[in-house]
Design a protein around this ligand. Structure first.
Ligand code: SF4
Length: 277
């Protein structure tokens, strides 16, 4: 899909969290607006940021050129007020867009964080490009709590091709997360949203993660399934013969599957979240 990429100057880079992210995070940070990965189930498609656009979700990305400058200014102000800073990056985009390879916006933010660290940082991505920044992550790890969370919704490429054909391949994500985990950075696999997977999925995740997060389209779209319904997800599951994966209690079955294969304390099930995370 051709992508319209635009440089923009944004007023702010940190947003105070509300609702589903209010689980220990104080701020979300989106280095880009828009997302080239264009996941079919993405709840951002249903948000005003896309609703008022005249081009489809997945075909545009705005690059926040002044992200690092804003970060420095905003963090300095928060520190002067003695406020906690626990950052979730990112809530409405992927911080490792394909354009990040050249634009280096996320990298510039990490470099700024290395000089002015938050209290904690969770990076949420579907891209193996995060491993490029391992050098800075290792330095940052000495100064704040840090976790790299990789979304791996399924181990099946045929399923991925239906739901997120433009997102990076599953094997590449697994390899990148292993490299990060092997280097000593705390990692999470985010099965979010749960998509149909093979009985071998757990084997793929052994030795690459310290935590597994499970979320579903019915719990995790921020509107208890209403956004997923408007996006046609029930029909998409049904058209492929996967309706049993769209059941209300699927999170409990997936939890049971993973608890039988990993220490139960590392398995966490979302009660009310938003699934890109
Ligand atoms: S779910 Fe995440 S990676 Fe997928 S399109 Fe939405 S913001 Fe991008």
């Amino acid at each position: 899909m051709p992508i319209e990429i635009k440089d923009i100057v944004s007023k702010k880079i940190l947003s105070e969290v509300k609702g589903y992210l209010d689980i220990g995070f104080t701020h979300s940070l989106n280095p880009y607006t828009g997302c080239a990965f264009a996941c079919e189930y993405c709840y951002v498609r249903e948000m005003p940021i896309q609703k008022f656009k005249d081009i489809p979700w997945g075909s545009w990305v705005d690059v926040k050129k002044n992200a690092a400058e804003n970060y420095l200014r905003e963090v300095s102000l928060l520190r002067r007020k003695n406020k906690p800073i626990s950052i979730f990056m990112s809530s409405a985009t992927d911080p490792y867009q394909p354009v990040e390879q050249k634009a280096n916006i996320t990298r510039s933010l990490l470099e700024e964080m290395d000089k002015n660290p938050p209290d904690s940082l969770q990076i949420q991505t579907r891209s193996p490009l995060v491993a490029r920044d391992l050098d800075i992550l290792l330095k940052l790890k000495e100064k704040c709590r840090i976790m790299v969370s990789m979304t791996i919704e399924t181990d099946r490429e045929d399923v991925k091709r239906i739901f997120s054909p433009y997102a990076p391949g599953i094997d590449l994500r697994v390899k990148a997360l292993k490299k990060i985990n092997d280097a000593g950075i705390h990692t999470q696999v985010s099965i979010s949203p749960v998509l149909p997977f093979s009985p071998n999925f757990a084997n793929m995740l052994q030795g690459i993660t310290d935590r597994i997060w499970i979320d579903t389209l019915l719990i995790g779209d921020g509107q208890m399934g209403m956004r997923s319904k408007r996006l046609g997800m029930p029909q998409l599951f049904e058209a492929n013969g996967w309706e049993k994966w769209y059941e209300k209690r699927i999170h409990l079955k997936v939890e049971k599957y993973f608890k039988a294969r990993f220490p139960s304390e590392i398995i966490h099930v979302s009660k009310n979240s938003a699934y890109p995370f």
